[in-house]
Write a protein that binds this ligand. Sequence first.
Ligand code: PLP
Length: 396
Amino acid sequence: MVNKTMQQLGSSPSVIRELFAYGLQQAKLIGPENVFDYTLGNPSIPAPEAVNQAIRDILTDTPSIAVHGYSMAGGFEGTRAAIAGNLNRRFGTDIKAGNLFITCGAAPALISVIKALAENEESEIMAVAPYFPEYRPFVEKNGARFTVIPADRQHFQIDLAEVEARINAHTQGIIINSPNNPSGVVYTEETLQKLADILRRKGAEYGHPIYIIADEPYRELVYGGVKVPFIPSIYENTIVCYSWSKSLSLPGERIGYVLVPDSCEDAADVFFAVAGASRALGHVCAPTLMQKVIERCVNEMPDLAAYDENRTLLYDALTGMGYRCAKPDGAFYLFVEAPNGDGRAFSQKAKLEHNLLVVPGEEFECPGFMRLSYCVSNDMIRRSLPAFEAMIQSYK
Ligand code: PLP
């Protein structure tokens, strides 16, 4: 006998993974040049050369035990200090090494924070649609209830009236992901200020803090000089979950952190609860080689030229054909309205008739849209355009 919930979770792959697997199979049958796969958010630009060089250097200039051995659960002091220094320079903050807990990427960071905040079985964590689909299992399988704020389908900011209406005495936190997967939208300072006001007011009403859990793997992926507000500077009760998966193209290396600033109410308790949750989940420590790499490369920034070129090409081409699309200021996703108002039907037809693979918005709890990951080759985008044209024509 096994745990049925876990068995079901493990045996039902996400639609994204299913589409991706279909694409791989089709590529074998009809050739990869005839498959247009916009499904996965796997970074396509290489990691900076400085990262590769740091790996080589560390392997030769650092004792083996320090590279391959365990670190403290929360990470090397030097790595945490380097991250704190980087954040303080960029955001004028006063973050210390002790505010940071190094994790194996953003997903474990989120899970530790959710588990840390799930006080009892009535605890609720909210997320704003459209949202990264893994949030639901992350929350529901780690001791909390999951509440969804319906999408603001006009601008893809946050529907603040809905937030206000759905907060209750059990609300422990709200996950905020900006730049957003799947919409590509960056939440404005104004939106975040208003959200902070609501959370302060409701926190006072219910007599406990309502934390923002800022999920920020796309923080550095923005275009056209758009600024991503640093949420702890706007709202004191913000816990940040970060990762270098996207910013340095290192998703397979599993490295990120949780930041619990001193401004958070009960900061020490929250930090220890995060450490405890990580311990309960068997985290042990983040990869030590990568901790050393981050210590040396924390100031590296991605070269976004290729993503920016893809973004412009795809956005201009699709809107030129008549598709409507949320303004893509960040991450590497376009969130496009399905011309027939049915993302699932569009995705299915595009798949079967054109080997064009797009993820239905229904997966992100925002029906009628589809997500396109443009971390792909520019050439694939160009070759896929006739398929998009044929699709929109077929609905006219
Ligand atoms: N949060 C969002 C919004 C994501 O899109 C992803 C990955 O795609 C993650 C978290 C998980 O990132 P990581 O690879 O750092 O665990």
